[in-house]
Design a protein around this ligand. Structure first.
Ligand code: HEC
Ligand code: HEC
Length: 600
C-alpha cells in the first residue's frame, strides 16, 4: 500500500470533517442554495457525527426549526449529516395538514466502502410548527413514503415551544410537521343515532320491568341514593320546581329535596335521569312507574357535574347534574348493586346471585351473566364499561371492539354496528340476531376474531330468526353516532416528564411493542391473558385485545376488570414479572410514563 497516498487522503478527509463541523456549528449562517442552482432545496444543516458520541444538531441554535439528536453509539460508523429544506412538496392531504416545511434528512457514512450506514437506535427529530394545533387536531410528524405523506407512529407535541418530536431509524428520510385531525362522522344519521342511544329502550322493559321489577326499587329511591349508585341528571330536563329549590338559599329545603323519593320520581318522569325511561300505566298513581326500560346512555354517558351550595358555610359540592358528555363511560354506575335490590334478585329465582350482582362494583357489568342469555358463561367476570371514541381512526388501525376484540372494525365494513347489537342483545337482553330466541349461533365457538361462520350465520339470523326485532338502519345510525365522537383534549400534565415518558414508551419500557398504532391499539390478532393479575375467566379467557390509549384521564379505572385504579397502578402492574416485554422501571420512570399517558 502506498502510505503517502493514504496519508494525503486522510488529510483531505480530516479537512472535510473540519469543514462539516464548522458548517454544523454555523447553523443558518452557513445555509446556502444548493450548488447546481437548485432553488427547490436549501441546505440548512451540515454536520459531522462521530458514531461514538452522537450529538445534537440544529439549523439555528437561537431559533431552531429542526433539531436532530443522535444517541451515542447509535450509528454504525461516523457520518455526515445533511439536512435540506424543500421549497415545494405535495400537500399532505387526508386527515393531515401541513404545519411546517419539508426537510430531507440524510446521514452518509464517512467510510469509503460499501457497508451500509445503520442507526442501531433511532435518532430523534424535533420540528417547529408554524402555529398551534386546536383539538381535535394533534401535532404530529409525517414521513414521505411511497409517493405520499404518512404519519409517524411515535409523536410527541411539545406545547411549550410548539415543536413535534418523532423518532426514526431511517438514515435517509423526508419529514415535515403536520396536524392530524381526529376523524368524526357528521350527518343526519349521527343525530338519529344519538337519539336512539340516549332515548331508545328497544323494548327492554321486558327484562328490567317485567323480569327484575327494577321500577319498584326506583319508585322509592331518593335523589341521594340514586346519585350514590351512579345515576346522573340531564340538567336540561330538570323540572322547574327542583331547579328553584336547588338554586335557592333555603338549605334545609335543598337537603330535604335530596332525600325525597318524590323528587327522584319527578326527575324520572321528566326523563331527566340519564338512561332510565319509566312507563306510567297506573291512573291512580300517575307518578309511579309501572315498568322501566334502560338505554345505552345509562352506562355509556357521563354528565359534566355542577357545583351546588348545599350548606350555608360549606364549600359547594359537585353533583352529577349537568349537560351530557358523550364518550367517557359512566364509571360510577353500580348496576349490579341496583339490580341486587330488585324483587327478582332479593326474593325470586335470582336470589342465589345477590353476592355476584353486588360484587360487580361501579363501572363494571357482566353481560355474560344475565339469566337466559345465550352467552351466559356461568363465570363471575364483570368487565369495565369502555369509552366510545375515535372509532374512524381506530378502524384504520386494526381495532377490534369489545375487550375480547371479537368485532373487527374496519373502514370498509359495518362491523362496528355489531357492537351496538351486542349492547342491545346481551346487555339490554333484546332479541337481535345475537340473542335470538333460537340462538342459532350459540353452538359456534367464539374466538378473536370471530370466525367467518359466525358472521355468516349472524347475517342469516338477521333475516330468518323469529323475534329478531332490530332494524338494521337503527344499528347503522347508532354506529354513525359512535363514529362521531372523538376523545377529549388532554387535561393538565407535566410536559417535561411526559416527554421523558414518551421516550420510555417507545424505548426502554417497550410499551410500543404492543401499543403500536397511532391511537395506541395493538396488532390485529394478538390477545393477552397476562396483563392483569387474575387471568380473565370464562368467555374472556380467549384473551384481551390491546386497547386504545387516548383520553385515559377520563376512563379510570383501567384494564378490562378495572383492577388498576390509577395510571400509576397500571405502570406498576407492567413492572411485574408476568409481563416479560416490560423491564424493571424506576419510580421516576414510572411517573414519567404516567405523565405521558395523561397527555394522550
Ligand atoms: C348496563 C351497562 C351497559 C349498557 C346499558 C350498554 N352497554 Fe355497551 N358495554 C358495556 C360493557 C360492560 C361493555 C364491555 C363488554 C366486554 O367487552 O366485556 C360494553 C361494550 C360496548 C361496546 C364496545 C366498545 C369497544 O370499543 O370495545 C360498544 C360499541 C357498546 N358497548 C355500545 C353499546 C350500545 C350502543 C348500547 C345500547 C344499545 C350499550 N352499549 C348498552 C356496558 C353497557
Ligand atoms: C404484551 C403487550 C403489551 C405491552 C408490552 C404493554 N401493553 Fe398496555 N395493554 C395491553 C393489553 C392486552 C391491555 C388490556 C389488558 C386487560 O385489560 O386485561 C393493555 C392495557 C393498557 C392500559 C389500560 C387501558 C384501558 O383502557 O383500560 C394502559 C393505560 C396501558 N396498557 C399502558 C401501557 C404502558 C404504559 C405500557 C408500557 C409500560 C404497556 N401498556 C405495555 C398490552 C400491552
Amino acid at each position: 500500500m502506498n502510505t503517502g497516498y493514504s496519508r494525503t487522503i486522510q488529510y483531505i478527509l480530516r479537512f472535510v470533517v473540519l469543514l462539516a463541523v464548522l458548517g454544523g456549528l454555523g447553523g443558518t449562517a452557513s445555509a446556502h442554495e444548493d450548488r447546481h442552482g437548485d432553488r427547490e432545496k436549501t441546505t440548512v444543516l451540515k454536520a459531522f457525527v462521530p458514531a461514538a458520541t452522537g450529538g445534537v444538531f440544529t439549523d439555528n441554535p437561537y431559533n431552531p426549526r429542526i433539531t436532530i439528536s443522535i444517541p451515542a453509539g447509535a450509528l454504525s460508523a461516523d457520518a455526515k449529516l445533511i439536512v435540506k429544506r424543500r421549497k415545494r412538496s405535495r400537500a399532505p392531504g387526508g386527515t393531515l395538514t401541513a404545519a411546517g416545511p419539508v426537510y430531507s434528512i440524510r446521514l452518509k457514512s464517512t467510510r469509503h466502502d460499501w457497508t451500509p450506514l445503520v442507526l442501531e437506535r433511532p435518532m430523534e427529530v424535533a420540528l417547529a410548527t408554524d402555529r398551534v394545533p386546536e383539538h381535535p387536531q394533534l401535532g404530529e410528524v409525517a414521513i414521505y413514503r411511497e409517493g405520499g405523506w404518512n404519519r409517524m407512529m411515535a409523536n410527541f407535541y411539545r406545547a411549550s415551544d410548539s415543536r413535534v418530536l418523532t423518532q426514526t431509524r431511517n438514515t435517509r428520510v423526508r419529514l415535515r410537521a403536520v396536524f392530524r385531525t381526529l376523524q368524526a362522522r357528521t350527518g343526519p344519521e349521527v343525530e338519529r343515532g344519538r337519539e336512539l342511544y340516549t332515548e331508545e329502550t328497544w323494548g327492554d322493559e321486558e327484562i328490567w320491568g317485567d323480569f327484575f321489577e327494577l321500577h319498584k326499587v326506583l319508585n322509592n329511591v331518593t335523589p341521594n341514593m340514586a346519585v350514590g349508585i351512579g345515576a346522573q341528571v340531564d340538567i336540561t330536563r330538570v323540572p322547574q320546581f327542583i331547579v328553584d329549590v336547588m338554586l335557592g338559599d333555603d338549605f334545609a329545603a335543598k337537603q330535604a329535596a335530596l332525600d325525597d323519593p318524590a323528587v327522584a320520581r319527578a326527575l324520572m318522569k321528566a326523563d331527566a335521569i340519564v338512561g332510565i325511561r319509566g312507563v306510567y300505566n297506573d291512573p291512580d298513581n300517575p307518578d309511579m312507574m309501572t315498568s322501566v326500560g334502560l338505554t345505552c346512555a345509562v352506562c355509556h354517558v357521563t354528565v359534566r357535574p355542577t357545583p351546588f351550595q348545599l350548606e350555608a358555610d360549606a364549600d359547594p359540592v359537585l353533583l352529577p347534574i349537568g349537560p351530557l358528555v358523550f364518550g367517557p363511560p359512566n364509571t360510577r354506575m353500580d348496576a349490579g348493586l341496583l339490580l341486587s335490590f330488585t324483587p327478582r334478585v332479593q326474593g325470586g329465582s335470582e336470589n342465589v346471585n345477590i353476592a355476584d350482582y353486588q360484587g360487580w362494583g361501579p363501572g363494571r357489568i357482566d353481560p355474560r351473566f344475565f339469566p337466559n342469555n345465550p352467552f351466559n358463561d356461568g363465570v363471575f367476570n364483570p368487565s369495565s364499561i369502555p369509552q366510545h371514541w375515535n372509532y374512524l381512526d381506530l378502524a384504520e388501525q386494526g381495532y377490534a371492539a369489545t375487550w375480547i376484540g371479537v368485532l373487527q372494525t374496519r373502514p370498509d365494513n359495518h362491523s362496528l354496528a355489531s357492537a351496538p347489537e351486542c349492547g342491545i342483545d346481551l346487555v339490554l337482553d333484546r332479541n337481535g340476531a345475537w340473542g335470538t330466541p333460537g340462538a342459532s349461533i350459540q353452538d359456534i365457538e367464539i374466538g378473536n376474531p370471530l370466525p367467518q361462520e359466525f358472521l355468516d350465520r349472524l347475517e342469516v339470523a338477521e333475516i330468518t330468526e323469529p323475534g329478531n326485532e332490530l332494524l338494521k338502519q337503527d344499528l347503522l345510525d347508532v354506529e354513525a353516532f359512535l363514529q362521531s365522537i372523538v376523545s377529549p383534549a388532554p387535561g393538565p400534565f407535566d410536559e417535561t416528564r411526559a416527554e421523558q415518558g414518551w421516550r420510555l414508551f417507545y424505548g426502554k419500557a417497550n410499551c410500543a411493542a404492543c401499543h403500536s398504532s397511532g391511537e395506541g391499539t395493538g396488532a390485529e390478532g394478538k390477545y393477552f391473558t397476562n396483563i392483569v393479575e387474575n387471568p380473565p375467566q370464562g368467555l374472556l379467557s380467549i384473551g384481551i385485545k390491546t386497547p386504545g390509549l387516548r383520553g385515559l384521564m377520563f376512563t379510570a379505572p383501567y384494564f378490562h376488570d378495572g383492577s388498576a385504579a390509577t395510571l400509576a397502578d397500571v405502570v406498576q402492574r407492567y413492572t411485574s414479572a408476568d409481563i416479560p416485554e416490560v423491564p424493571d422501571l424506576s419510580g421516576d420512570e414510572q411517573m414519567a410514563l404516567v405523565e405521558y399517558m395523561k397527555s394522550l
